[in-house]
Design a protein around this ligand. Structure first.
Ligand code: FE2
Length: 248
């Protein structure tokens, strides 16, 4: 399993390099996703260790991290966007790219199913209910690892308050303490809120502790409209985050 991960890392490295280009915009985005992949592998391993998984399963979690965004490179090169709604579902697209990869055939059947399920579900609004316990567990790991690193990537890109308001459906979600469907996103304020409310989708206390330590929520909240809704929603969110970080 250890050697397999090393070989997979070499393959992914080469695969990503094949997208390197003189086009500055594409190159920048390929590099951004390459770095994201490296971080997500690392975070997946740390989280799996924290969860007391055995060595085999820690390696499996890292493999899932390694391939979770493999569809991104082709997606950006062809469509020049990471927006799945106007291009392709990058998770399923990624799985179709690697479906005949000989390295994957070296995983046993059960691990391969877990691997595919976790990747297919890493970007869904919710994890598909068809998954068995082990599949869902690994999907939760990649979803947390991915979000923790996405907050790092997004932090410098969060737009300052531009005076826009929240759409009504987002106000509801914010005050109730729920995730919002980004399909309803209309304003800059909505966009920031969608990101903030991913906090409600974090699975493990370890991830929440890291998110709090790194102050990602604070940075977004600072840039939200300065009004009563933000104050109330923030209080609901902070209470939730504190509880979640303690393991409730
Ligand atoms: Fe992804």
């Amino acid at each position: 399993m250890k050697n397999l991960l090393v070989e997979m890392q070499q393959w992914v490295r080469q695969y990503i390099k094949s997208f390197y280009t003189d086009d500055a915009d594409i190159q920048e985005n390929i590099i951004r996703k390459e770095e994201h992949t490296d971080y997500v592998v690392k975070i997946s391993g740390e989280l799996a260790k924290y969860l007391n998984l055995n060595e085999h399963d820690i390696l499996l979690a890292k493999m899932i991290g390694l391939f979770h965004d493999i569809g991104r490179f082709h997606q950006y090169t062809v469509y020049r966007t990471f927006n799945d709604r106007i291009s392709v579902n990058h998770a399923l697209y990624g799985l179709s790219i690697i479906k005949d990869l000989p390295l994957l055939k070296r995983l046993d059947q059960e691990d391969l199913q877990v691997f595919k399920f976790a990747i297919a579900n890493h970007n869904a609004i919710n994890i598909n209910e068809s998954g068995n316990e082990r599949e869902v567990f690994f999907a939760k790991i990649i979803r947390d690892a991915d979000k923790l690193d996405i907050y790092r990537v997004l932090e410098p890109l969060i737009m300052p308050d531009d005076g826009s308001e929240y759409s009504p459906i987002f106000v509801q979600g914010f005050l109730k303490g729920e995730q919002c469907d980004f399909a309803h996103m209309k304003t800059t304020a909505d966009r920031k809120l969608v990101r903030l409310l991913w906090m409600y989708n974090i699975n493990f206390s370890w991830t929440m502790q890291k998110l709090i330590e790194r102050k990602y929520a604070d940075e977004i909240i600072k840039k939200l409209p300065n009004n009563e809704i933000t104050k109330k929603g923030e209080a609901v969110l902070r209470a939730y985050m504190t509880k979640k970080a303690k393991g409730f």
